[in-house]
Design a protein around this ligand. Structure first.
Ligand code: ADP
Length: 643
């Protein structure tokens, strides 16, 4: 039945394009990055549309001839489809190109006008079927064009292609060199084909073959897997660079802030110290007023030292959290005792500022809970300190309540309210970020590192809890914390635990028969340890180096040895290891305690692994020191104080 038909010569270009476009389609189908880039999806549509348009065109110019036996309606449909596919191809080409150049969506009107044109075109093509004014077949089978054929069929493609080229020229400077060249050549080539086809009234069929050449150019310049990979890598690099710049800026701000925060208390420490030295110069008489002043300076030094310590502790906490080494250590505790301690600490600060401090606790909340008391205390103190810090007048309140009570657990709700400066609505989302200080212009006189809340939030998350904030700028803030806690149902212990006893009374015991050795290269540190241990009424000996310590260990049996880590020549660990191998060492079974300023993550475990009996970090707290002494001395050496 196909005997009458032969492939006409004028479609040879189209058949060739069909061949190489099909191959291109198969190659691009194996692109590992396909689907990921928007332009690539559009490129696929463009390829498929062009393939179909070519097939329809070849079919049209082979079969759409009534004289060869094809029914006239089939011929009309083929001609109509052919025209529509060409117009659609030009539209997808324009969408594809705009996706490249119109990154901010400002050129949408170009497409809107195009859509109106294409809508009108499709409508006219539909009307053409009954009214026959664009293209049709005469009853004798002759194919006819109306005078509107060229304007109607070629308006949309020419519009799309010329607007593409104008947009391209207009946006040229925003494109990379490769995009400029590829998009320009592809658009000009395609436009050229359309113009030739229009100018020859459809006798030379070059719009689709030239469009295919355009696609070919686009593929090998902008849509190959390698180029996609390159773009992806460039984008990743760009984002990484932005992140690095941001992180670097945050770190610089933080360091500047931290330097200021550390310098402020340090100034007080050094200044006060200078005053003490001045006022106690040899030859100066000691009168009670002088003693009073010296005590005042010492008090100030202690306060400033504590501020310094809290800054350092914050940094340590943050680094612990960041390296995943912050551990939550749940244990039994008494909520009301904890809240009592917090009250004592916060009330003084609040009253110093003329604020009233109120604590409310829902009487139904069980007292005996299991959780990380230390961290909960840290959270409360942090929020309350902020409330006091950022409030000039009025009241600070902490309310404790509970939710989700079951037999064995509850959610502890801690709500901290203040009548302070409040937080701007736009600042609320970043309040829990690292190093974030808000409203710097108004707050620059208030000390802070911007670390407190970020640590609080992360600690709460480690305990599977939640924190939220609401605030009215200028009127006050409310921080609400929810932390799941277990209820302690174990039978109550009669006596307070050993630790609790030591913690509550620093001078609860003495060790008059004991002799301690403190090893440290820093004479001030030796002095501090010496004075602290003096309180136990034992004998304290000191060594300024590892070598001296080893000698002393050969001469005397001690009850406990405190060893610094960082010392010149023999450091604490080397000294300890040598002492273990020293056959003359009289202290092989003496507890050796690492006493060091090295409070970094995981150090405690490392020292214990090395064989040290225990670890205490500097600055040493007297309570902590006494706890350790009590823990590692045999009970017969400990004499409880009689009160
Ligand atoms: P800082 O050491 O600066 O106080 P935080 O992390 O504790 O750091 O708090 C971050 C910022 O949040 C503060 O700088 C302050 O601007 C704001 N902020 C925290 N608590 C309050 C509060 N109770 N009232 C007003 N602003 C607060």
């Amino acid at each position: 039945m196909f005997d009458n038909y032969s492939i006409p010569q004028k479609t040879y270009f189209e058949i060739a394009s069909l061949g190489y476009l099909a191959v291109l389609y198969l190659i691009s189908f194996h692109d590992p990055n396909r689907e990921k880039i928007r332009s690539y999806k559009l490129f696929r549509y463009l390829e498929v549309n062009m393939l179909l348009a070519l097939i329809v065109s070849v079919l049209t110019y082979t079969f759409a001839y009534p004289e060869l036996g094809t029914p006239i309606p089939v011929c009309t449909i083929l001609r109509t489809m052919d025209s529509i596919m060409c117009v659609m191809a030009s539209r997808i080409f324009a969408v594809y190109l705009l996706a490249y150049v119109d990154t901010d969506g400002r050129l949408k009107p170009v497409m809107r006008i195009g859509n109106i044109l294409i809508g009108t075109y499709l409508l006219l093509m539909l009307l053409n079927l009954p009214f026959k004014f664009i293209l049709w077949y005469a009853p004798d089978g002759t194919y006819l064009h109306g005078s509107l054929f060229v304007p109607i069929v070629f308006t949309s493609p020419v519009y799309y292609l010329t607007s593409c080229i104008s947009v391209l020229l207009f946006r040229m400077k925003f494109l990379g060199a490769r995009e400029r060249v590829a998009l320009s050549i592809a658009s000009f080539v395609t436009l050229f084909g359309v113009i030739i086809q229009a100018a020859t009234d459809g006798i030379v069929l070059l719009s689709l073959p030239f469009g295919s050449v355009g696609i070919f150019i686009l593929y090998f310049s902008l849509e190959t897997a390698d180029y996609h990979q390159l773009i992806k890598n460039n984008e990743k690099l760009r984002l990484a660079e932005q992140d690095a710049i941001k992180a670097n800026r945050a770190k610089s701000d933080f360091l500047a802030n931290m330097s200021h925060e550390i310098r402020t208390p340090l100034n007080a420490v050094l200044g006060m110290d200078e005053l003490i030295l001045l006022e106690t110069e040899p030859g100066k008489e000691t009168d009670p007023a002088l003693i009073g002043r010296i005590r005042e300076y010492a008090g100030n030094i202690r306060d400033a030292g504590q501020v310094l310590l809290s800054v350092i502790n914050d940094i340590l906490d943050l680094s612990k959290i960041e390296s995943g080494k912050m551990e939550i250590k749940p244990g039994p505790y008494q909520l009301r005792t904890l809240i009592g301690d917090v009250h004592t600490m916060v009330r003084v600060r609040a009253e110093q500022k003329g604020l009233s401090y109120v604590q409310k606790i829902d009487p139904g909340v069980p007292d005996r809970l299991v959780g990380d008391e230390l961290r909960i205390r840290q959270i409360m103190i942090n929020l309350l300190n902020n409330a006091v810090k950022y409030t000039e007048a009025g009241e600070v309140e902490m309310e404790i309540s509970m939710q989700d009570l079951t037999d064995s657990s509850l959610t502890l709700c801690i709500c901290v309210r203040d009548t302070g400066i409040g937080i701007r609505r736009e600042d609320l989302p970043r309040i829990f970020g690292d190093f974030q200080r808000l409203d710097e212009k108004n707050n620059h006189r208030i000390e802070g590192t911007g670390l407190g809340l970020s640590i609080v939030k992360r600690m709460i998350e480690l305990m599977y809890g939640d924190i939220s904030v609401s605030s009215e700028y200028g009127r006050g803030s409310v921080f609400t914390v929810q932390i799941p806690q277990e209820i302690n149902r174990a039978p109550e212990e009669e006596a307070p635990s050993e630790d609790a006893a030591a913690a509550s009374e620093a001078n609860a015991f003495t060790t008059p028969d004991c002799c301690y050795l403190v090893v440290d290269d820093n004479s001030l540190n030796l002095l501090v340890a010496n004075h602290f241990l003096d309180g136990l009424k034992g004998r304290v000996e000191t060594a300024r180096s590892g070598e001296e310590a080893l000698q002393k260990m050969r001469q005397e049996k001690y009850d406990m040895i405190f060893m610094d880590h960082m010392m010149p020549e023999l450091d604490g660990i080397e000294t300890y290891e040598r002492s273990r191998k020293d056959p003359d060492n009289l202290n092989l079974d003496t507890p050796v305690i690492m006493m060091t300023a090295n409070a970094l993550n995981g150090m405690r475990e490392e020292y214990l692994d090395r064989g040290f009996t225990d670890y205490i970090s500097k600055p040493v707290e007297i309570e902590e020191l006494f706890k350790i002494v009590r823990r590692h001395l045999p009970p017969e050496k400990v004499q409880e104080a009689i009160s």
